[in-house]
Design a protein around this ligand. Structure first.
Ligand SMILES: [Zn+2]
Length: 409
C-alpha cells in the first residue's frame, strides 16, 4: 500500500523542497515533489516538519553498546592500552552477563532514537552475521576489513592486501581503524597502506588522529574516505583528526559515534562535539549542511550505498522527520534532540516516532510499544521494554543506560 507525507520541508540533502510531498511504496521512495500527488489512500500532513535522509553512522561496535565509558589512564598511547583497561574494568564484567544478541539490540535502539537508520558495525562478518537479524536499524554488511594497520592489530579478516583487493574487485568498502594513537607504528599506518597498494576510493579509514600532512595528500590523491569520531578521540587521546585539513583537501569525511564505552552517548552528542571541536580549533563555522552531508551523502559514497543517503524517487525509503525551524532546515541537524525526532522510517516501514503518528502505524499495521524517551511520549516498533527488563534481570539491578532514557507510559 502506498502512503504519502505532505506539506514537509524535504532536505534531499542537496537542496530543500518546501511544502513538499514524499510518496512511499513498499520499501522505496516513489516520488518527491512540490505538490501533493493525492493518489495514496494514506496521507499525513507534516505541517512543515523537516525530512532528512536517514542518518548513516560511519563507525560503531554494537557489542560495546554499554556504559559507563572506560578510561582510567587517558590520554592513551593507542587503542590497545585502552582495550586492556576495558577488559579489566568492573563494567566489562557486568557487560559480560548480557547476551551479545541483546547488546546488538541495545545498540540498534540507541541509534534509532536519534534518527540513525544505517550503521557500520566494525567487526568480522562471522560475528555480526549471528546478530544482525531482527535489528531495527540497517547494518551496513557489505565490506571487507582489517582491525588496524599495526603488528598488534586484532586478526580480523585476511591480509590487508587480500581484503583490499576484494573490496576493489567488488567495489565495496575496505574498512580499518587507522592512525589511532601516538606510537611510532600507528603513526606510519597510511604509509604502510600506501606501500601495500591499499589506498583507493574503496578505502575507509576510521579515526586518523595521527594523520600527517603527507598522509592527507595521499588520501586526497587516492580518493580515500575518513570516518571522524571526535567524541571518542578526544575522550581517549585528547586529540582528534585534522578534519578541516582533510575537508580542504577534498577527502570524503563522515561522522561516527564509536561505541559508548569510549565514544559519545548518542548521535546528538557526536554532532555537538564535532561542531564544538571544529569551531574552537579552527575559529570558523562548521556548517549544518556540511554536518548533514557527513551523515548522509558522504557515508553513502564511502560505503558504496547507492540507494541511501538522499531523498529521491527510486531510493530506499530510509528517512527521519525532525521538528525544527523550517526557514533554516539544515540547522535542525544541530538543534535536534530526543523530543524533536518525530518519525523514523527504514525500508519504507515506520519504526519509531512521536505519539501523533499512531494513526500512521495503525494504518500500516505496524505494532508498537508506548514509551517515554527523556519524558517525551513516543511509540516504537519492537520490544524495547522487554529488552530493558532482560538487561536488568541479567545484571541484577536497575541499570540505567544514558543512551536509552526509556520507560513505559
Ligand atoms: Zn572502533
Amino acid at each position: 500500500m502506498n502512503w504519502e507525507l505532505t506539506n514537509g520541508t524535504i532536505v534531499t540533502p542537496e537542496h530543500v523542497v518546501h511544502n513538499g510531498s514524499i510518496t512511499i511504496g513498499n520499501n522505496k521512495i516513489l516520488k518527491v515533489e512540490k505538490k501533493q500527488s493525492g493518489d495514496s489512500k494514506i496521507q499525513i500532513d507534516l505541517n512543515g516538519l523537516i525530512v532528512f535522509p536517514g542518518l548513516i553512522n560511519g563507525h560503531d561496535h554494537l557489542l560495546g553498546s554499554y556504559m559507563p565509558r572506560v578510561g582510567a589512564r587517558k590520554p592513551y598511547l593507542n587503542w590497545l592500552v585502552w582495550d586492556n583497561d576495558l577488559k579489566s574494568a568492573p563494567v566489562y564484567a557486568e557487560r559480560q552477563q548480557i547476551e551479545s544478541r541483546d547488546l546488538y539490540l541495545l545498540g540498534a535502539f540507541r541509534h534509532l532514537l536519534c534518527g540513525v537508520t544505517s550503521v557500520h558495525d566494525h567487526i568480522p562478518h562471522f560475528v555480526q552475521d549471528m546478530f544482525k537479524e531482527n535489528l531495527s536499524i540497517r547494518l551496513i554488511d557489505n565490506y571487507t576489513l582489517a582491525h588496524s594497520i599495526t603488528s598488534f592489530a586484532l586478526k580480523w579478516g585476511d591480509s590487508i592486501e587480500m581484503e583490499h583487493r576484494l573490496a576493489r574487485e567488488r567495489n565495496i568498502p575496505f574498512v580499518a581503524h587507522c592512525s589511532e594513537g601516538y606510537d611510532e607504528e600507528t603513526k606510519k599506518s597510511v604509509s604502510v597502506l600506501n606501500e601495500k597498494g591499499a589506498l583507493n576510493k574503496n578505502t575507509v579509514l576510521v579515526h586518523g588522529i595521527a594523520f600527517s600532512d603527507d598522509d592527507i595528500k595521499l588520501l586526497e590523491k587516492n580518493e580515500c574516505n575518513v570516518i571522524w569520531c571526535p567524541a571518542s578521540n578526544i575522550y581517549m587521546f585528547e586529540k582528534t583528526a585534522p578534519v578541516k585539513e582533510l575537508i580542504d583537501h577534498k577527502v570524503n569525511v563522515c561522522l561516527g559515534t564509536d561505541s559508548p564505552m569510549s565514544g559519545s552517548v548518542n548521535m546528538f552528542q557526536e554532532i555537538f562535539m564535532a561542531k564544538k571541536y571544529f569551531e574552537s580549533t579552527y575559529n570558523t563555522e562548521l556548517s549544518a549542511k556540511t554536518l548533514l552531508n557527513m551523515l548522509t551523502i558522504n557515508p553513502a559514497k564511502a560505503f558504496s550505498l547507492k540507494n541511501l543517503g538522499t531523498l529521491a524517487a527510486g531510493q530506499l525509503a530510509d528517512f527521519v522527520i525532525v521538528n525544527g525551524d523550517k526557514s533554516h532546515p539544515y540547522e535542525a541537524v544541530n538543534t535536534m534532540n530526543y523530543e524533536d525526532i518525530m518519525l523514523v522510517v527504514i525500508d519504507g516501514k515506520p519504526l519509531y516516532g512521536d505519539e501523533s503518528f499512531i494513526p500512521l502505524f495503525e494504518a500500516l499495521g505496524v505494532s508498537f510499544q508506548k514509551i517515554k524517551v527523556d519524558s517525551f511520549k513516543k511509540i516504537i516498533h519492537g520490544d524495547i521494554l522487554g529488552l530493558l527488563d532482560r538487561i536488568r534481570a541479567n545484571v541484577g539491578f536497575h541499570k540505567e543506560l544514558e543512551f536509552l532514557p526509556v520507560e513505559a507510559w
